[in-house]
Structure formats: C-alpha cells, structure tokens
Ligand binder design. Structure first.
Ligand code: NAD
Length: 479
C-alpha cells in the first residue's frame, strides 16, 4: 500500500483478501516446517522483544497509558519471552506424533495422533496487555505450524502500530501478517473462512466473533473476561491478603481480565482488611498515587467515563467510600478506591470493573459468597484467602471458574504449564503452553492397516448365524 495516502476500508479489505489468499496458498509449506524452522521463527521474535524493539515497546506502553517501564517489562515482555522459551524447549515433544493403543478387535491396525496445523488462523487481541496478548497466541500459532493474521487493538494505537511493525519486520506476510484497525476492519476480517480464530476481549464481543465464525464453522478460542471474585475469610493472613489484592487490583490500573473484581471479606476482619489495603496502596504508590510514576492511567476517555458512571451510581446509592474516590478526567486518572455498602444491583456489582475500584462486602458464613458466585456467570479467576482447608475445598468444589488461586491473585496466567482460559461466559478453549499449541492444532487420527491378514473381513456381509455368533463373542470379550 502507498504509505502516504489515507487508508480506506476498501483498501484494508483488499489487503485482507490479498493476504488471506497468499496465506491459503502458503499454508502447507508453513505447515510442513520442522521443529528447527519453527524454533528459528520464535527466536527472531525473542530477539525483537529483548533487544531490537525493547525500548520502543517500553515507550509505546508509556505513550498509550503511562505504563511504567518496570511494568512493561514484567507484564508484556517477560510473559512473552517465557512463552517463547517454554515453547521452543517443548516443541519437539509437542509436535511428535502420539502413538495410541488399538483395541484387540482391531488386530492388524496401528493408531496414532498427528497434531496438524489448523491452517490459516486469525488472532484478535485486546489493548490491556497489547504485546503479551498478541505475541503469546502468536507463539502458539507459529509453533503449531499455522499462517497467521493478527489484529491488534485500536485502543492502544502506539502499541498496535509497533506490533504491526515488528511483525512486518520479522515475517513474510505469506506466513504472518498484521492488519490494523477497529470494528469495521475486524468485521471484514471475520468474513473470511479462517480455520481458527483466537479472540481475546469482552464477552459481548466474543459473541459477535462466534456468530461470524459460525458462518464458516470456524473453530474459536474465546479468551473473555467478567468479574473475578475474591473471598477473604476470618482465618486468612489479612495483611498479606490485602497487600496481594491491592497489587493485583492496581497493576495496569486494574485493567486486567483476571484482576480481583470484588471482595467478600469476613465481617470480623473487614476493618483490618481496609486498613491493610490502604497501607499496601501507600507502600506501592505513596500518599498521592496521581503524582507517582508507578501508577498508570485508564486507557481512554470512554473507559474513564464508564468508571465515573459506576462511581456516580455508587454515590447515588449511598455507598461508603472506604478509600480513594478521586478522579480527574483531564488525565483519565482514577485513584485506588475501595467502596462498601452496595447492593447487587449497583453497577459496581453488576459490571466487570476493569479499573482500580474495589467493591467489598462482608459475610459471616462461607456459603454466602459461594451462593452469590453460583448465581452469576462463571468467572475467569477466583481467589480465596484462607488457612482453613475446609473452606478452601468448599469454595473449590462448589464453584466453577477458569482458575482458582489460593492465597494470591492474578498469578495463574504466569505458569505456562497451566491451561489459561475461562468457562462459558468467561471463555471457550484454553491457551498458554501446550494448551495454546493444541488450540491451534487439529488432533488428527491416523490409522494404518499393516497386517497381511485382514481380520475385519470376518465382519463383512453376507450375515448368517455363524457371523452373529462371532460378533456376539467379540462384543462380549473384546469391546
Ligand atoms: P474488546 O472486546 O472491546 O476488544 C477486543 C478486540 O475486539 C479488539 O481488537 C477490537 O478491535 C475488537 N472488537 C471490538 N468490538 C468489535 C466488534 N463489534 N466486532 C469485531 N471486533 C471487535 O476488549 P478490550 O476492551 O480490548 O479488552 C477488555 C475485555 O477483554 C475485558 O472484558 C477483559 O476481561 C477481556 N480480556 C480477557 C483476557 C483473557 O485472556 N481472558 C485478557 C485481556 C482482556
């Protein structure tokens, strides 16, 4: 495309058509690459993230929402590098055909599973960890031998431009390409008969993606969000709980899909919890987080207004602001905030918060928070702070969620040996490590009849009494 001319939707659409066609033609060549060749592709990405583009990534994180260099390193670059190294190390094992047993009744056959690439795949990523949530699925898609079109989020334009630049620099567009844009461009992409779509974003948009995918019976991985509950019971180390929740709720300014969304705290430790939460915030961000460069901002005006409306609704309902509450629309600044005394119908209890505001409420019996969680959508993450194993087991066995973490929050994403993803409203399918590799692969059954004698012929028609007798014996002894 002529880089100086304004880009129209028609131009993007024809680019999509052209690249899609190119990738369809190239998919078998890419699909037949060796472990070594795929590792080399990942290595290029590792070098780009660790060396060539590291400073640009840090700058883009700051320009998009004042993200501190340390946090860009910790939450964008580090997870992507971990994924690359973990994948490179294990790829040989993952790609190998998996021998499986063959039932006795099928004597003469051998069987195995071949993890073949899905083909031409689409990755649609969100803005909140623009690099991490683009490159970790990309690593899995490349590892599985696919050609890839990646669409970064328009909400973090500096990061999106840089992601596209990195991809253009590292890969030929017939194997990996980036298409930039928002809803209209994504809508055009979704018209294509991709072989898999890996979408990360809101549950409402996940439904749009799944509907579009249904048109071509394209398989989907939907990494969605929602409200991740947290329970702090009376046996918990309250200071540690408050500190860890404050950390997970303030990092990225609370704009994390697995941030603790709200807290149910035992009545007997509520005051201590609030005191310790305040202490933890001060220890991390000082007395005035607005002036502290470790504290970033809400990504844009729309999301700022969304959070303001939640707070206005809370004030109208006579909520108690336990701490914070300050907002500055000029800077999209929202102070670390704790709010109590709100009913189920308050916006803070109904909507995914995705910001540094923490609604809390008290309980006296563990059945209360568990009953509340059971009534809602299945969360992506669930956190329980307790030293009482019975309570922990009760929560674990009587709730459904993508993951549960005991005595910490938002750490489940960081272990590539664990599947990451939700369940129903919080997601469909899993990513990370081998789970990401499998999401981008088709487990193909491969059977081979090797025996010189064809035992199956014994079951061929014409049928008669002897055959029925034989089949009866087979059902009895070999099924
Ligand atoms: P979003 O759903 O608004 O956007 C995600 C992507 O979808 C973007 O690339 C965007 O351009 C595209 N998109 C938006 N509207 C679309 C439409 N109508 N048609 C087609 N494409 C469209 O999400 P977001 O604001 O970027 O991220 C926040 C949400 O994502 C939260 O719900 C959060 O919990 C969730 N999230 C989940 C994970 C996870 O791994 N499960 C990670 C990060 C964020």
């Amino acid at each position: 495309m002529d880089k100086s001319a304004p880009v129209t939707l028609e131009m993007v659409t024809s680019e999509i058509d052209r690249i899609f066609e190119l990738q369809q033609q190239n998919q078998y060549k890419v699909g037949n690459t060796t472990v070594k060749e795929r590792r080399a592709k990942l290595k290029k990405l590792e070098k780009a993230l660790m060396e060539t583009y590291k400073a640009d990534i840090i700058q883009a994180g700051y320009d998009d929402f004042r993200k501190h260099e340390a946090e860009v390193m910790l939450t964008e670059i580090f997870p992507a590098i971990t994924a690359i190294r973990h994948t490179s190390k294990n790829l040989g094992k993952w790609m190998r055909d998996e021998k499986v047993a063959t039932p006795m009744a099928m004597f003469g056959f051998s069987s195995k599973i071949k993890y073949e690439p899905k083909g031409v795949v689409l990755i649609i990523s969100p803005w909140n960890f623009a690099f991490n949530l683009s490159f970790i699925p990309l690593v899995a898609a490349i590892a599985a031998g696919n050609t890839v079109i990646l669409k970064p989020s328009e909400n973090t334009p500096n990061s999106a431009r840089l992601i596209a630049k990195i991809i253009n620099d590292l890969y030929d567009e017939s194997e990996v390409a980036a298409i930039q844009g928002g809803v209209p461009e994504t809508t055009e992409l979704l018209k294509k008969p991709f072989n898999h779509i890996f979408f990360t974003g809101a549950p409402s948009i996940g439904k749009v993606v799944m509907k579009a995918a249904a048109e071509h019976l394209t398989s989907v991985s939907l990494e969605l969000g929602g409200k991740s509950p947290t329970i702090v019971d009376e046996t918990a180390d309250v200071a540690a709980a408050a500190e860890r929740i404050a950390w997970a709720k303030s990092m990225n300014n609370g704009q994390i899909c697995i941030a603790p969304d709200y807290v149910y705290v035992h009545e007997s430790v509520k005051e201590k919890f609030v005191t310790e939460y305040k202490k933890a915030i001060t220890a991390m961000y000082g007395d005035n987080p607005k002036e502290n460069d470790s504290y970033n901002r809400i990504v844009n005006d729309r999301h700022f207004r969304r959070l303001s409306s939640y707070m206005e609704d809370a004030v109208e309902r006579n909520a108690k602001i336990e701490m914070g509450g300050q907002m500055d629309e000029k800077e999209n600044y929202v102070a670390p905030t704790v709010v109590s005394n709100l009913g189920d119908d308050a916006l803070l209890w109904r909507e995914e918060i995705f910001g540094p505001i923490l609604p809390i409420r008290t309980f006296t019996d563990i059945k209360e928070p568990v009953g509340y969680i059971q009534k809602g959508e299945k969360p992506l993450g669930l956190y329980v702070y307790s030293k009482n194993q019975q309570n922990i087991d009760y929560v674990n066995n009587n709730t459904r969620s993508g993951a549960i973490v005991v005595n910490y929050s938002a750490t489940q994403y960081s272990n590539p040996n664990l599947p990451f993803g939700g369940s129903n409203n919080s997601g469909i399918g899993k990513g990370n490590g081998i789970f990401g590799f499998k999401a981008f692969s088709n487990a193909k059954g491969v059977q081979n009849h090797w025996a010189p004698i064809d035992g199956m012929k014994g079951f061929y028609p014409p049928y008669n009494k002897d055959k029925v007798g034989l089949i009866e014996k087979v059902v009895k002894w070999f099924a």
